[in-house]
Ligand binder design. Structure first.
Ligand SMILES: [Zn+2]
Length: 202
């Protein structure tokens, strides 16, 4: 991985696209032609919008393998058209077999659960969907004091939030109806930015 030195971030993307065409697209042209016929991803990935947690890159997935919904805090909201249309398309049209919810370390959304920032209106409302994860963890542990304890608490909330969003997902009418008809496999995953490791959350 090389950091491009061109300063304009969009120009950098065009340069990156040129490299992609040379090293990936053109050498794999038959594959790119094959997927022109349509996508058949087996996995719906629900992850955080964080720019450091790119689902394809951290899992070695190739185009056509992941259908992706990313939002702040990898949340499964109770009422959100964006989320619900992605879920409907994934289950009804693509007929994905697996749904992953992936959280990650150092998640800004989880940190924001502790902040009352009056300058933001939409984000606190959105994060209400994750607040219960914080409450569950705080009910179980003593108040953190050292930097290590504070980090551990964030990690526990990040993981609890994945479980909580999985509960929301399994309670979603679209999911409940689908699993009456066929199998869907659910996975809670956690990406650690320190180690680059993806692990399961029980
Ligand atoms: Zn995040």
């Amino acid at each position: 991985m090389t950091e491009n030195t061109v300063s304009d971030p969009v120009e950098r993307m065009f340069l990156g696209n040129g490299v992609f065409r040379e090293t990936d697209f053109l050498p794999n042209l038959p594959y790119w032609r094959k997927i022109l016929l349509g996508q058949k991803p087996k996995i719906l990935w629900i992850g955080c919008s964080d720019s450091r947690v790119n689902p394809e890159r951290i899992t070695g997935s190739i185009p056509g393998e992941l259908f992706v919904q990313r939002n702040i805090g990898n949340i499964v909201p109770s009422q959100d058209w964006n989320f619900t249309t992605v879920l409907e398309y994934a289950l009804m049209n693509l007929k994905v077999e697996h749904i992953i919810i992936c959280g990650h370390s150092d998640c800004g959304a989880i940190k924001a659960l502790d902040h009352d920032d009056n300058s933001e209106y939409y984000i606190p409302v959105w994060l209400n969907n994750a607040k219960e994860a914080k409450d569950r963890v705080d009910a179980k542990i003593k108040k953190p004091e050292t930097p290590e304890e504070i980090r551990d608490r964030s990690r526990l909330i990040e993981m609890e939030n994945i479980r909580l969003q999985m509960e929301h997902l399994k309670a979603h009418p679209l999911v409940k109806n689908t699993i009456k008809e066929r199998s869907v496999y659910f996975h809670c995953l956690y990406f650690d930015l320190m180690t680059g490791k993806l692990t399961r959350v029980d």
